[in-house]
Design a protein around this ligand. Structure first.
Ligand code: C2E
Ligand code: MG
Ligand code: MG
Ligand code: MG
Length: 284
C-alpha cells in the first residue's frame, strides 16, 4: 500500500522524524537543568594492569537519571556536544571524578573522558589544574581519554594544551582506537601515552581472524611508539588470554567488573590484591 501511495509513505516518514526530533528536543531541554537537579552521576570501571596484576586505573563514566530511567551517555553526549552543554557537564565530571579519586588508596589513577569540544571552548589546562588543586589530587593520578567521535582540531592551541598537560604529569589516552576516520594520523599529530583498542575488535576476536591480526598490530604499534595499550570490552577468559599473550598492558571489561557506583569502587579498591579471575574480581 505504501508503494502505491507515495503521499502516505511521506506522511508516515515525516511523523517518524517528528518523534525523533521531539525526543532530541526533550533530551536537550532536560540536559539544560540536569546539573542543577543533581540528575547526573558517575559510575566507575576498573582497568587492570597486566604486569602489576592489580587495578591500575579506574574510568569515570557518566549516567543521567531522568524521568524514571537512566539515559545512556551514547544517547545524550552527542546532543550535549551539539548544544555546547558538554562544556559545563564536562567540567562537573572532571571535578567530581578528581574528588572521588582523591579518596582512593595508593596510586590508582582516574581516567576521565574528554570531548574534543572541551578543547575549543575554554582554558582546558586551567580547568584541569583547578580541578586537581581543589581535590588535592596529584596530576600523575589523572588520565584524560579523548575519542575521535568529533574531530580534534589539529591546531596549535590543542597541541600546546596536550603538551602542557603531559608536562604536568597528566596522561593522555586515545579512546576507541580504530573506529574513527583518522586514527593513524591522530597518533602522529597528538602526543598520546596510551591507546585504547575499541571494544568492537574484542567482540569478534574469537570469530574473526582479522580482528586478532588488527589487535596484534595495534599492540605492536603501541610498543614501537612507546605507548601503553588497553583492551576495552574484555568479557571472556579467552579474550583475556589472547590480549595478554600479545603483550597488551591493560584490560577493561565485564569479565572483571561493570561500571559501579563510587562506594562499590571504594570497597573494591580496599581489597589490596585483586587478580583477574573467572567470574569476576576476587581478593587473593
Ligand atoms: P568509552 O569511553 O569507550 O567507555 C567504555 C564503554 O564501554 C562504557 O559504556 C562501558 O560501560 C562499556 N564497557 C566496558 N566494558 C564493557 C564490556 O566488557 N562489554 C560491553 N558490552 N561494554 C563494556 P558507557 O558507560 O555506556 O559509555 C559510552 C561512551 O560514552 C563512552 O565510551 C564515552 O565515549 C562516552 N562517555 C561516558 N562518560 C562520558 C563523559 O563523562 N564525558 C564524555 N565526553 N563522554 C563520556
Ligand atoms: Mg573512555
Ligand atoms: Mg573507550
Ligand atoms: Mg568505547
Amino acid at each position: 500500500k505504501a508503494k502505491s501511495d507515495g503521499r502516505s509513505t511521506y506522511h508516515f516518514f515525516e511523523s517518524g522524524m517528528d518523534a525523533a526530533l521531539q525526543q532530541r528536543r526533550s533530551i536537550e531541554a532536560g540536559l539544560r537543568v540536569a546539573l542543577q537537579r543533581n540528575e547526573l552521576r558517575l559510575v566507575f570501571q576498573p582497568l587492570l594492569g597486566m604486569s602489576e596484576n592489580r587495578v591500575t586505573c579506574v574510568e569515570a563514566l557518566l549516567r543521567w537519571d531522568h524521568d524514571n530511567r537512566t539515559i545512556s551517555p551514547a544517547e545524550f553526549i552527542p546532543i550535549a556536544e551539539e548544544t555546547g552543554l558538554i562544556v559545563p557537564i564536562g567540567e562537573w565530571v572532571l571535578r567530581e571524578a578528581c574528588k572521588t579519586a582523591a579518596t582512593w588508596p595508593g596510586d590508582v589513577r582516574i581516567a576521565v573522558n574528554l570531548s574534543p569540544i572541551q578543547f575549543k571552548n575554554r582554558d582546558l589546562v586551567g580547568l584541569v589544574k583547578s580541578a586537581l588543586a581543589d581535590a588535592k589530587l596529584a596530576p600523575t593520578r589523572l588520565e584524560l581519554e579523548i575519542t575521535e567521535s568529533l574531530l580534534l582540531a589539529d591546531s596549535d592551541s590543542t597541541i600546546r594544551a596536550l603538551h602542557e598537560l603531559r608536562a604536568m604529569g597528566v596522561r593522555i589516552s586515545m579512546d576507541d582506537f580504530g573506529t574513527g576516520y583518522s586514527s593513524l594520523s591522530y597518533l602522529r599529530s597528538f602526543p598520546f601515552d596510551k591507546i585504547k583498542i575499541d571494544r568492537s575488535f574484542m567482540r569478534d576476536l574469537t570469530k574473526r581472524g582479522d580482528s586478532l591480526a588488527i589487535i596484534k598490530a595495534v599492540i605492536g604499534l603501541g610498543q614501537s611508539l612507546g605507548m601503553a595499550t588497553t583492551a576495552e570490552g574484555v568479557e571472556t577468559e579467552e579474550q583475556l588470554e589472547m590480549v595478554r599473550s600479545q603483550g597488551c598492558s591493560e584490560v577493561q571489561g565485564f569479565l572483571f567488573s561493570p561500571p559501579v557506583p563510587a562506594a562499590a569502587m571504594a570497597t573494591l579498591l580496599q581489597i589490596d590484591h585483586v587478580t583477574p579471575h573467572r567470574g569476576g574480581m576476587r581478593a587473593s
